[in-house]
Structure formats: structure tokens, C-alpha cells
Write a protein that binds this ligand. Structure first.
Ligand SMILES: [Zn+2]
Length: 296
């Protein structure tokens, strides 16, 4: 796994207040792939140029609503239907990087929109940007290079030449709270986390179960064995297309040994030494809260 990449993701975790871990993350959105009988004119629009999203402060949900793309000279590079939001169709559109924002609106980095957007809309923006990027990155068959065709009934693209099918890509990653004698293991990474200690995390490799990934990551990063793994929860993470899967585990053996490059230190902390994360709502902070509630 690419640890640098993982570490960057984790620093983003720290920096953004984002809540995505819940049994059903949406309250006002119903996913569907096939547009129903609505026209586009009564739609909500997620309009991106790269990772920046068009925000309309005047709209109820702060995203453009009820616009005609032609009328306002927005030329979509791609457009995908996403389902129903508040009884209206919702689309994601990518526009040219040179596109200027419409009057009274602005393009904001998706990471800066959490405080502005309704939570459902923020979560949906994460889904939107992933669908948009998937659409862009799978225009051609990865096997034979032929232009792909979007399937009608699901988010999938099929190659008309060889039949190869591509689905939206998700890269799962595990994050683990390891407990020994009422203490939790936290590690300091060599960069990106501003000297903060964090939980052990990393991407899955091909052919692994989640549990195997937890055990491998813990062994690679701090040289310890773990046991009694318990699933804690999961959290979609759209920067760019990950899913974090949280576990708790118990120490099973070994001495802490770090590589000194990616991880510079790792220690056991008791509840009095652990600070709650400034962000209350990432899965990392929920695992830390769980530790503090259980072992204080
Ligand atoms: Zn093909």
C-alpha cells in the first residue's frame, strides 16, 4: 500500500469536519440511476470544475436549482443523473476548468463546503464528485481501448467491443483502535499530521479480508500482533474514492517497533493522556471517543 497517500488522507480527516458514519447517511436523498419522468428544469445541480463545486448562496440547499445549462452558457463536459433530492432530480455535471462562476455564485473546494452545506447535500457532493471522476476516468475500455457505453440500470460502463464492464471504483481502507491494559496504541507519522498521534490505518491489498488487512497493517507499521477484532463502523471518504472501515482490536503480542521513516513513534496512551479530536465526526474521532468512554 502507498502509505504516503494514506497519510495524506488521514491528515485531511483531521482537517475537515465531516460526519459520514451512520447506518443510513442520507435523510433526504434517494439514489437511482435511471431518470424518472421529471424534466431537468426542476433539478438540483452539483456543478464541478475539478474538485471545486458551484455554490449558490441564494438557493435553499446552496447548490444551483432550476437552471437551464444552455441558457447560462454552461457547457457540460459530462453529466450524470444521481437520483432524487428533496423530491427533485439531482445531477452532477463537470464543466471546463476555465468556467467562470455565474453571478452571485462561487466555486469552492469541496473540502471547504462542510460548514455551508446541509449535511445531506455535503454527503451527496462527495458521492457526486466520485461519480463524476469515475465517468471521466472510464471513458475508454481499460482492456481494449474502445469507447465505453454507460449502462442504463446501474452505475457501470460496458465496452461494446469486448464486453468488459467497469463499476464505480472504491478503495477500502481499515483503521484500528488497538487496546492493551486499558491503553490505546497511537502512532506519530513522519509528516502530514502536525505532530499528532493517530490510529493505525491503511489501504487493503488485493485478495485480503478486512481482518487480514488490519493484522498486516498493524504488523507493518508497529510490529505488533492483534486479536479479537471487532467491526466498529464505516465511513465513505470521497477524497478521492475510499471507504474507511473501523475496527477495535486487542493486543496479542510483540514489542512496538516502528520503521522510523513513515512512522516515527508509537506508544500506548491511557485515557487521561488522550485528547478528543477537534473534529467530533470522523470515524477516527469516533474510535477515540469510544476508547475514552470505555476506558476512562
Ligand atoms: Zn473493451
Amino acid at each position: 500500500m502507498n502509505f504516503c497517500l494514506m497519510n495524506n488522507y488521514l491528515s485531511i480527516f483531521d482537517e475537515i469536519l465531516v460526519s459520514m458514519r451512520r447506518e443510513s447517511i442520507y435523510n433526504r436523498y434517494e439514489p437511482s440511476v435511471k431518470p424518472v419522468s421529471y424534466g431537468e428544469d426542476e433539478s438540483y445541480w452539483f456543478i464541478f470544475k475539478s474538485d471545486s463545486m458551484l455554490i449558490n448562496p441564494e438557493s435553499k440547499l446552496k447548490i444551483p436549482f432550476h437552471i437551464d445549462l444552455d441558457e447560462i452558457n454552461l457547457v457540460p463536459l459530462r453529466k450524470n443523473y444521481m437520483g432524487i433530492l428533496d423530491d427533485h432530480p439531482v445531477y452532477v455535471v463537470e464543466v471546463d476548468p476555465e468556467t467562470e462562476p455565474l453571478d452571485g455564485m462561487e466555486f469552492l473546494d469541496l473540502r471547504e463546503t462542510y460548514d455551508i452545506l446541509d449535511e445531506d447535500v455535503y454527503l451527496l457532493a462527495g458521492r457526486a464528485v466520485q461519480i463524476m471522476n469515475w465517468d471521466k476516468n472510464h471513458m475508454f475500455c481499460g482492456k481494449c481501448g474502445t469507447k465505453t457505453i454507460s449502462m442504463e440500470d446501474e452505475n457501470a460502463k460496458i465496452c461494446p467491443e469486448c464486453g468488459f464492464t467497469s463499476f464505480t471504483r472504491i478503495s477500502p481502507a481499515v483503521i484500528t483502535a488497538i487496546i492493551k491494559d486499558d491503553k490505546i496504541l497511537m502512532a506519530k507519522h513522519s509528516y502530514g499530521l502536525r505532530n499528532r498521534y493517530a490510529l493505525i490505518a491503511g489501504f487493503l491489498e488485493a485478495g485480503e479480508t478486512l481482518e487480514e488487512a488490519v493484522k498486516r497493517e498493524v504488523m507493518e507499521e508497529v510490529g505488533l500482533k492483534v486479536k479479537d477484532l471487532k467491526y466498529f463502523g464505516s465511513q465513505p471518504w470521497p477524497f478521492p474514492n475510499s471507504l474507511m472501515i473501523g475496527f477495535t482490536a486487542k493486543y496479542a503480542g510483540g514489542e512496538i517497533k516502528v520503521d522510523g521513516k513513515e512512522i516515527v513513534d508509537a506508544k500506548w496512551f491511557d485515557a487521561s493522556e488522550v485528547l478528543r479530536f477537534p473534529s467530533k465526526i470522523s470515524i477516527a474521532s469516533e474510535l477515540v471517543d469510544w476508547f475514552l468512554e470505555t476506558y476512562s
